[in-house]
Design a protein around this ligand. Sequence first.
Ligand SMILES: [Zn+2]
Length: 175
Amino acid sequence: MSRSCPDCGKVLQPNNKSGYCAPHALARRNASPEQKACVAAARRDYLADPVKRAAYCASIRKGMENMSAAERQRRSEQGKRMVSTLQSPEIKAKCKAPETKAASAAKRTATMLHWCPADLIPTYRALSKKLASAQDAREALMPSIAGTAAHARRTVLNNQDAQRIRHERDAAQSY
Ligand SMILES: [Zn+2]
């Protein structure tokens, strides 16, 4: 039986591992919070390097110089329109609205803490206030997150503990 991509119905090769066609496998990867956080971090690191940042700005400037006067004009007007829209009273009011702020905070949390199950986020926040760094808090929380290596280790240790306690109890009862 041949499998097909659930997003577009394209028939997949027998050796396909993702379960999706190439464009849809890529689209799903790019939409994942892990990937978004990774790309955002890479861009931040790239632009934090003054040499790379200067090269990036120079390439943009060069692109601008190669642009026709009409295209420059078009973009400049588009930019001005965008600024006046962003500064309109309605948009400003919307940005200040508590529900907008709450939604953007929730989105930021989902991106930054994509590794953390939602029910553990309050625990993570408490830990990161108490411990020296966010990294320490994340590591301290790992054993509580199903699917991590730290969680698997803790499960094994818990099972060994339970077994030892059972053995000790049985031994005590047999005397
Ligand atoms: Zn597809």
